[in-house]
Design a protein around this ligand. Structure first.
Ligand code: HEM
Length: 542
């Protein structure tokens, strides 16, 4: 623990009960709006706001017998709090866990669309871990992602993409390491543009480009995975889907189609993707029909996986939508995760050398990259897991929707439609669960693995009640095995080729919006090439 450095961002005071400042800001915003738009537009906007208010107010009238966190006093308190949730969610969760973790009490928070009930005790986390049709993960996700509007209803009705990820993609892992390595190396080489001088880089953009290209190498292969227009369209689609889904979810069901039509605007990106990916499906189907059983070794890619598992009458558009959903699930999650790690290691460059030594020594021992070599990089595995502990990108995972009114075993009544989740980020920062919880201690988990009987535990892909970065239970992230390997190869490639540090004093703060935690995506990291990079074993292809 001697190298442990204090994670100061988690020490700031909660600042969400500032009604006066809020009112002034709101009034100013309305004034500015009135100046910028005409009176009809303002009328339409205010009517929508009034409607949202009425619906939201009605939604919050349901009685749930659990203490409330983050709600200012007064009858409109829950309604006001629901909007604060969009910027102060992490502080709310932290306050709830500080108050209620020890007693194991369930608490609730107001969000724009509904009450969110947070369970804190291990017993209750276990209780909701494997969902049922009455406490459903998919029903919650359908609403959370507004799937019907941002993707298609079909994705909800037939979730064959889950089998694709957990069976096909995960099984392909051992064979794709050289491809992943090659794509990462090429993407970094093309996008980094740094020499031996410290240079400020657009790190999030570079990670996005590298990850999208690498994931698509595995999903659809060459040459499309290197076509930047295609990758841009995929990223644009995913970004628009993610940002509009939250807004759509706040409206009543009747208005959702109109709101989605107004704000999602993903048609152009989708058409571009169908133009690029559609012919791959057509061509593959043709070859399958031509060769039939004579085609002994069909390609091992997402085009084939989808053709094998999709209902026979699936349209080309619907199969392209699955490719998009795979990208949606993989790209931003992995890019944000690696950005968090880079910011943590950039704020604490003293941890880069021990990681570099581990990578070089393991690669020498195994004669290059392999699944075994990746498994042996325990410090690196631990470092990514520790960064995920401090910066879980989903701060309240394991969401379940009560599809009928019911009562949890601790007596908490859940009216139909309520969501239940687990306050992951706050549990990850609890001193009752972690020693020095606010400290970035990258080798915390590798030290734990040194204890007899613990060697296989505490790995990045292991999920449990206290490590919820990939969720937990029967809907824990099925892509985590692929993500873990890709992140390790990417981090190793960066560490062995570059030195890096934050340009600011310390680590830039995260931002929170509802259930999501975002790393700082401004240019906040300085990179320089390492003088010994050409000799590094990390660059040796098998
Ligand atoms: C570091 C990268 C990633 C992180 C941090 C991450 C995190 C998560 C989390 C927190 C959940 C929700 C689990 C729960 O609530 O219990 C989830 C679900 C999911 N993830 Fe990931 N994920 C990552 C990468 C990926 C990748 C690469 C894929 C696919 C290729 C993927 C596919 C999915 C899918 C399909 C689900 C929904 C599972 C279901 O419907 O049962 N994720 N992920």
């Amino acid at each position: 623990m001697s190298h442990a450095v204090h994670y100061s961002i988690y020490n700031r005071r909660p600042s969400y009960l500032v009604p006066a400042a809020m009112h002034t800001r709101t009034l100013n915003a309305v004034r500015r709006l009135a100046e910028e738009v005409g009176s009809w537009q303002l009328f339409a906007l205010l009517s929508s706001a009034a409607l949202i208010f009425i619906v939201s107010y009605a939604r919050h009238k349901t009685h749930i017998n659990a203490p409330t966190v983050g709600v200012p006093p007064g009858i409109f308190g829950p309604w006001k709090a629901s909007f604060l949730w969009m910027s102060h969610s992490e502080a709310f969760l932290r306050e709830g866990v500080q108050k209620y973790l020890q007693s194991g009490t369930t608490f609730k928070i107001s969000t724009p669309s509904r009450w969110l009930v947070l369970v804190t005790s291990r017993a209750l986390i276990q209780e909701i871990k494997n969902d049922t049709s009455e406490l459903s993960f998919h029903a919650a996700h359908q609403e959370r992602l507004s799937l019907r509007y941002t993707f298609s209803q079909e994705l909800y009705d037939n979730k064959y993409h889950l089998d694709i990820i957990s069976k096909k993609l995960t099984h392909k892992l051992t064979t794709v390491i050289p491809e992943v390595l090659e794509e990462i190396a090429m993407a970094l080489e093309e996008n980094m543009n740094v020499n031996s001088e410290w240079t400020l880089i657009d790190n999030y953009d570079i990670m996005l480009k590298t990850i999208s290209r690498t994931a698509n190498k595995i999903f659809i292969g060459l040459p499309l995975c290197r076509k930047q227009d295609y990758l841009d369209a995929v990223v644009e689609f995913a970004t628009r889907a993610a940002t509009s889904s939250q807004t759509i979810d706040t409206f009543p069901d009747l208005l959702k189609p109109a709101v989605a039509w107004l704000i999602t605007d993903n048609g152009a990106a989708f058409r571009a993707i169908v133009t690029d990916v559609g012919p791959l499906f057509v061509e593959r189907k043709r070859t399958m029909e031509e060769l039939g059983d004579r085609w002994a070794e069909t390609p091992n890619d997402a085009i084939q996986w989808i053709l094998d598992l999709a209902p026979p009458d699936s349209s080309i558009e619907s199969m392209c939508m699955r490719i998009l959903f795979l990208n949606f699930a993989a790209i931003h999650t992995s890019s944000m995760s690696i950005t968090h790690v880079l910011l943590d290691l950039g704020a604490h460059p003293e941890f880069q050398e021990p990681l570099r030594q581990e990578i070089e020594s393991v690669l020498r021992e195994f004669g290059g990259w392999s699944k075994q070599a990746l498994t042996k990089m325990k410090k690196m595995d631990s470092c990514i897991r520790e960064s995920q502990r401090l910066n879980a990108i989903e701060i309240a995972p394991m969401i379940r929707k009560a599809t009928k009114s019911q009562t949890l075993s601790d007596g908490t009544f859940l009216p139909k439609g309520t969501w239940v989740a687990v306050p992951a980020s706050a549990l990850h920062h609890s001193e009752h669960l972690y020693e020095n919880p606010f400290v970035f201690d990258p080798f915390r988990y590798s030290r734990m693995r040194e204890h007899p009987g613990q060697e296989a535990k505490h790995q990045l892909v292991n999920v449990d009640e206290n490590n919820l970065g990939f969720g937990f239970g029967n809907h824990a992230c099925p892509g985590r095995f692929f993500a873990a390997n890709a992140l390790k190869i990417l981090l190793a490639s960066i560490i062995c080729n570059y030195d890096f540090k934050t340009s600011t004093n310390g680590r830039p703060e995260n931002t929170y919006s509802g259930q999501s935690c975002f790393p700082d995506i401004s240019k906040s990291l300085l990179f320089r090439e390492r003088p010994d990079r050409v000799q590094s074993s990390a660059n040796v292809f098998m």
